[in-house]
Each structure stands twice: as structure tokens, then as C-alpha cells.
Design a protein around this ligand. Structure first.
Ligand code: ADP
Length: 547
């Protein structure tokens, strides 16, 4: 008897039946002598299998040629254990059940030795790993999809240029889905027509037919509205040889046998569609549809971003030109106002000097002179403001401490009239600046501190400088009437003044802080005010870059 050497005890056989893993025992010739129920289940075979036959012959009769090859390989595992008399590490095999279903089995084998230490057979453990493999395949598929989406997102991130975004999108989708031609189609503002915004490998016939076509009549419009991927093959409409409803007629004579149209979405809404043409028919799997949807979202967002960017650029250009126009206009008007004011002033002065005037008339003429002088200085200030930034300037090195002291010297009479104590705080640096501009900033801020001191019994002014690393911070602090919170931004706008009982008596045009803001911003800094409110003083801060 060939296999008499291997006897599997009954209690061991019963034990095998209790296992979830498949257990197969062969004799030393590789013929199956035991197969527990779990292994029958894994292989999809029943008890009627004639054991005691070579396992490869036994099983291969049931399977297709490819599976037979695999089964022979599984058999090798048993044979290997026999030949080497050593355990064989587990391997996985893709097999097919007699009913046609694929399954993966993991098999490990080891030799069995008899009492005299001679080899009597092998024991194989089989585990059905189909579920795990399926999960792995889904995960791999997912990973591929994600990396495709990632790749296109990264590429689109490199540019904000509208045209480039469109062209990259066409090329990338063709690349990922192996398309032979591609296009991005966008609707017009009214969403009645659709336009080819970018394309690759599509002929003139197609472009002229589709560009500007009615949205409702095409597959492109349909996908835009329905927000779902559509895939059409030529063979699906054999009778006409076309692609069916909504397909451009020009595609009938094209080399393409399939078209996939997918929505491009931004903020949850389809903003356009992508189209992919291929010379072979294709059946889209659910996972491919999902990637297309994912890619459509990435492209849609990139299109929206670049559109916004484009709009911002256009708006900025428009604003710049309007601003320039406005500056020219202000300059022209104020310039033209200057001479009539001078004429009024001149005539009034002449009248005062030459005519014999009643007291009343003299008062009136003084009033004319006063008003025209104010008007004159207002016009001068406006002209100066318009000039800041529009005339060439030179940067010069200046010791900021000396500059502040010079300004304080110019204002010394007014400071002492109001008995204001002045202190400097911190180290004032040397900086490259437009000296007369920065002098004007300090003059305006210190002048305001004097003007808006109110009836503070011990008026104080602190001017400071701080090194902030890449820039310097300067401040002018007073303990005067303060500024209510709601005016902190507004005071920097042209002609803006805070109207209270205390400011009413103070003369001013509302131009000083506009100067300060314009100069500081032109110098690359920022300016702001802090004040705890009425009667709590105010601190004006501004920064200047170190260059
Ligand atoms: P003007 O002083 O000619 O009115 P500004 O542009 O210099 O114009 O200032 C705008 C307004 O800001 C002033 O009218 C005043 O109400 C307020 N302001 C400016 N500086 C101070 C300050 N140091 N303390 C309180 N209020 C101030």
C-alpha cells in the first residue's frame, strides 16, 4: 500500500473539523487524504470528492486552465514540503470556484513525520483571504485615485492664470484617463450658451459646431444641469453611427468612439464641464466616475479662483486709473482755484489800502481777507496732498532724533504757550527717508497734539521710537481730549473731523492726518491711532521699514 504509512487518528480528524481554517493532509506522495469542511468550503467542492488521489489531478478537473495552473502551484507547496522536509512559508493564490467566482487562498504547508522520523505526509493550512484582498484592491484603487486628484491639484496650484489653468486641466485629464482629445467648456453669464474655453486635438468642425451652441441642446449642457458624469460609446447607437442624443454631429465622422463628460464644480455648483474623447470605447467603473467627479471639483475650484484673480486684477487696474484721474482732477481744480483767490485777496488788500472806509466796511474787508487766506492755505494743502506720491522724490539718510527736535523747535512757541511738557522715549534711528515728508508727518501729529490738548491741567507730549526687528515703530502720545473709538479709522480720511464741543473751537481742515497716512503708506509703513476715549489722550503710531 502506497500510503499506508500515514494514519490520521479519528480524534484528530474531529479536531480538524472544528477549525475555521482549511486543513488538508496529504500522504508523502502529495495525495490528499484529509480535507476538513472548511477547506471544502474554501475550494467550493463537496464531500463527494474522491480523496486518495493526487490533489492536482483531483482539483484541476473542476477548474478552468488558468486556475488549473494555480492549483498546480498550490500543489507544489505540498510537494516542496515533501521534498525539503521543511515547513513552507505561506503564499497566496488566486483561484476560481467551479461556479466561476474568484477567491484568494493563503496556504502554508509543513511535513509530517512518523514514529521512525521518516516523512509520512504533509499538513496544509488554508485561509480564505478574499475579503482582505478585495479590501486591499479597493484601497489601492482609492490611493491611485487620490494621487491622481492630488497630482492635478498640485499642478493647478502652481498657477492662477486663467488660460494656464484651463490648458493644464485639459492636458491632465487626458493624461490621467488616457484620452485622445479633451476640452473644457464653460457657459456664458446667462447660462444659455456653452463655449469651448480650452481644447486639445479637436478639429475645427467640432469647435465651430459646439462653440456658442445652445446649452440645452447638447450633452455638455445636460451634464452642467444634471451635475452627473455621462459616458457614451459609439456602439450604443449603432443605427445612426452617432453617439446619441445631444452629441455634436461632427463627432460622427471623428475617429473617436467614446466621449465622457464630467461636471466641473465650485462651491457645490457646476461651473462648466470637462470632456474627454477616446478612440476606443470605454465602460466607466463607479470608481472612475468618482475620480472624475473629484477631478472636476479640483478643476472647478481652480477655474473659479483664477477667475476671481482675473477680476481682482481688472478691478484694481480700474481703481488705479480712476484714482489717477481723480488726483489729476483735484490737482487741476485746486490749481485753477488758486489764481481767483489771489485776485480776491489782492483786490481786498488794495481796497483796504486806497479807499476811505467806514469801520463797518473795514470789518467786512478784514473778513474777506481772513476767509481768502484760509481758502488759500486750504488750496495749498490740497495741492500738496495731490502732489505727494506723484512727484519724484529722493531718499536721504536722516537722524530721526534730530528731525524730531527740529520739528519741536519750529513748534516751540506754541508748545510753551500751552505749557506742554515734552519727552522723547527710546532710541531714534538713522533711516533713509524723504526728509520733508517725514518732517510733515511729525509736524502734523505734534501740531494736532497741541491743538487737541483741551484744558488739560498738566499737558504732556511723549514722542517715541522702538526697534521692531524689520521695521521701526514711532509714536506721538498726548494726554489731551482723546478720540472716541468710532473715529479711530475715520480721522485719517480726507476732510474728516471729530465734531464735539471741544473740537468746535479748534481750527482745522481735516487734511492733516490724510497727509500722514498717505506719506506713511507711500514709505511702506502703516499708521493707526489708539485712544481710550474722550478725555483719555491719544497715541498716534506709525511704522517705517528698515529697507
Ligand atoms: P484737522 O486737525 O485739520 O481737523 P486732521 O486730519 O489733522 O485734521 O485730524 C482729523 C481729526 O482728528 C481732527 O479734526 C480731530 O477731531 C481728530 N484728531 C487728530 N489728532 C488728534 C489728537 N491728538 N487728539 C484728539 N483728536 C485728534
Amino acid at each position: 500500500m502506497k500510503n499506508s504509512a500515514l494514519v490520521v487518528p479519528q480524534d484528530l480528524l474531529r479536531l480538524f473539523e472544528g477549525f475555521d481554517e482549511g486543513i488538508v493532509v496529504t500522504n508523502r506522495f502529495g495525495e490528499i487524504v484529509v480535507m476538513n469542511r472548511a477547506s471544502e468550503r474554501i475550494f467550493g467542492v463537496g464531500k463527494d470528492i474522491n480523496l486518495h488521489k493526487n490533489s492536482s489531478i483531483l482539483l484541476s478537473g473542476l477548474y478552468d486552465p488558468e486556475t488549473k495552473k494555480q492549483i498546480l502551484a498550490t500543489n507544489l507547496l505540498f510537494n516542496q514540503a515533501i521534498a525539503t522536509e521543511r515547513p513552507v512559508a505561506s503564499q497566496e493564490f488566486l483561484l476560481k470556484h467551479p461556479d466561476g467566482k474568484d477567491f484568494y487562498v493563503q496556504i502554508s504547508t509543513c511535513p509530517i513525520f512518523g514514529e521512525d522520523n521518516s516523512l509520512t505526509g504533509t499538513l496544509g493550512i488554508l485561509i480564505d483571504v478574499t475579503e482582505r484582498r478585495k479590501l486591499e484592491e479597493t484601497l489601492t484603487q482609492r490611493n491611485l485615485q487620490l494621487s491622481a486628484i492630488n497630482r492635478i491639484a498640485m499642478l493647478l496650484n502652481r498657477t492662477i492664470d486663467f488660460r494656464e489653468v484651463l490648458e493644464y486641466s485639459v492636458r491632465q485629464t487626458m493624461d490621467i484617463f488616457t484620452g485622445d482629445a479633451g476640452a473644457i467648456l464653460l457657459p456664458d453669464k446667462s447660462e444659455r450658451k456653452i463655449f469651448v474655453a480650452a481644447s486639445a486635438n479637436l478639429n475645427e468642425d467640432f469647435l465651430s459646431e459646439v462653440h456658442g451652441s445652445e446649452l440645452t441642446s447638447t450633452i455638455f449642457g445636460r451634464v452642467l444641469k444634471s451635475d452627473t458624469v455621462e459616458s457614451v460609446n459609439r456602439s450604443e447607437n449603432f443605427s445612426t453611427g452617432s453617439f446619441g442624443e445631444g452629441m455634436p454631429r461632427s463627432l460622427r465622422k471623428s475617429p473617436f468612439d467614446s466621449v465622457v463628460v464630467f461636471p466641473l464644480k465650485a462651491k457645490g455648483k457646476a461651473v462648466g464641464v470637462g470632456a474627454l474623447f477616446s478612440e476606443v470605447e470605454r465602460v466607466l467603473e463607479d470608481s472612475q466616475r468618482e475620480i472624475m467627479e473629484g477631478i472636476g471639483t479640483v478643476i472647478g475650484a481652480a477655474i473659479e479662483n483664477s477667475r476671481l484673480h482675473e477680476e481682482t486684477i481688472q478691478k484694481t487696474r480700474l481703481l488705479e486709473s480712476k484714482n489717477h484721474e481723480l488726483q489729476q482732477f483735484t490737482y487741476a481744480i485746486t490749481h485753477d482755484l488758486k489764481s481767483p483767490i489771489l485776485v480776491i485777496e489782492g483786490f481786498a488788500r488794495e481796497l483796504k489800502r486806497s479807499a476811505h472806509l467806514e469801520v463797518e466796511q473795514e470789518v467786512l474787508i478784514e473778513a474777506i481777507l481772513g476767509s481768502s487766506a484760509r481758502l488759500h492755505s486750504l488750496v495749498n494743502d490740497l495741492l500738496d496732498l495731490a502732489r505727494v506720491g506723484s512727484v519724484e522724490v529722493v531718499l536721504e539718510e536722516a537722524d530721526m532724533g534730530e528731525l524730531v527736535n527740529r520739528v519741536l523747535g519750529d513748534l516751540s512757541i506754541r508748545l510753551s504757550e500751552k505749557k506742554i511738557k515734552v519727552a522723547l522715549e527710546g532710541n531714534f534711528p538713522k533711516l533713509y527717508i524723504v526728509i520733508r515728508y517725514i518732517e510733515r508727518v511729525f509736524t502734523n501729529l505734534i501740531d494736532n497734539a497741541i491743538k487737541y490738548m483741551g484744558d488739560q491741567p498738566s499737558p504732556q507730549l511723549v514722542i517715541g521710537a522702538q526697534d521692531k526687528g524689520d521695521h521701526f515703530l514711532f509714536f506721538v502720545r498726548d494726554n489731551g481730549i482723546g478720540i472716541p473709538q468710532e473715529f479711530h479709522e475715520r480721522v485719517f480720511a480726507i476732510f474728516q473731523r471729530v465734531k464735539t464741543n471741544e473740537t468746535e473751537k479748534v481750527e482745522g481742515s481735516g487734511l492733516g492726518l490724510s497727509f500722514v497716512k498717505k506719506i506713511v503708506e507711500l514709505s511702506g509703513g502703516t499708521v493707526w491711532v489708539e485712544s481710550a476715549g474722550k478725555g483719555k489722550g491719544a497715541t498716534f503710531y506709525f511704522t517705517l521699514p528698515k529697507q
